[in-house]
Design a protein around this ligand. Sequence first.
Ligand code: GLA
Length: 368
Amino acid sequence: MGSLFEAEVGVEAFAPGRVNLIGDHTDYTGGLVLPMAIGLGTTVAMRTDPGSRTVRLRSRDETGEASAEVGPGAGRPAGPARDEPSFQRYVEAGVRAARPPAGGAGWISTSLPIGAGLSSSSALTVAVAVALGLPTRAEGDVLDSARRCHEAEQIASGVPGGIMDQLISLAGVAGHALLVDCTTLALRPVPIPEAAQVAVAHCGEPRRLSDSAYARRRAECDAAREVVGPLALADARSVEAIADPVLRRRARHVVSENARVRATAAALAEGDLVTAGKLMSESHASLAGDFEVSTPALDSLVAILDAMPGVFGARLTGAGFGGCAVALAARGAFDPGSVDFQCWLVDAGEGAWRRVADGRRQFGSRTS
Ligand code: GLA
């Protein structure tokens, strides 16, 4: 077992990771997504200091200290811009989103696998921002909080991501996935049937080239929009008329995925796990074929999951290019101990929260 270290904390904030049940590469075209917040997530425990102009955070899992300035230009790195430690840019994003009046110092710890497609980076951005006072769902306008985290993370990371990850980390509802219309940001909680179990499995491959390939897919969707108008409003017929075969396939994925998200939300609301699972498997085929964001390792993991007794359907989840797949199974049917890949059974949890935690707190250390 690891050793323990103590930190003096005044506030503790938790932000969950997420698994997206269906609707990938649709958020940045104003389409539909159906993610749920999960129990795995990131905690920031810190003490704010009214006399300080800098937020300084260390991680339980990695050496180094991230720091960012508060005040005008909040979120700029304290000192020259840098990439180290790897969590620096997300601390910058959290500070930029929260715009706190003062700095402080503390610790980050996470139960999420890093860079696996479960939104570890947005969980960190949101946890830092909430620790610094950004309103949670219980406290204020959660859409505004999500927009701020989204914009700040785009700036800090340089990746033109959509809003899904920050939004679900803040707005998650226990026992529910959230149907999100990414044009209006209308949210509809969709209950996860009691008979269902959501499982997340890692394909063993880290996400490769994901940032540059992601930006390229987004640019292709923008180019398709130039031809047929907003993809969220386009229909299958107009998409088939796109002359460029690559843009046609990208747009076909987005349009068909939006329809699948709508149908999956309806199926789950009716407790129809067979239909929901079938739609998830169709989503994977579309992400692999038309959108080309799968990998051989993800394809074979999805095929293994699909063939398991009690599994209704499976697909890659998140950006793709490696990382995780999600499976919809009958509760009790799926035993993570019996498979030879990393796997988690996850329940739909609440969005981010903060509590005052005066005094000292002990943290387990993974590394020593
Ligand atoms: C990443 C992005 C999200 C979304 C997914 C793909 O997780 O951060 O905004 O675009 O990829 O659905």
